[in-house]
Design a protein around this ligand. Structure first.
Ligand SMILES: [Zn+2]
Length: 72
């Protein structure tokens, strides 16, 4: 009677299966929605702010413009 090897079933790495969030979007400070998009920089002020990693966002819900650190 051969003994079958009792290997534990392969468990997926939970740490690797976290949904990817390469660029988490900030929340709109006005309405609190996360339905925002990055507003392209156009003016010289935005270029300067882009150097210090501040990006301009626009809320799709209320149309509010706001700036946030890019790393947030
Ligand atoms: Zn909003």
């Amino acid at each position: 009677m051969p003994e079958e090897p009792t290997e534990p079933p392969e468990t997926p790495l939970d740490a690797e299966t976290v949904e990817p969030a390469p660029r988490p979007m900030p929340r709109c400070p006005r309405c609190g929605w996360q339905n925002v998009r990055i507003s392209l920089t156009k003016g010289p002020l935005d270029l300067i702010l882009g150097v210090v990693s501040i990006q301009r966002f626009k809320c799709r819900s209320c149309g509010n413009y706001f700036r946030r650190w890019r790393r947030l």
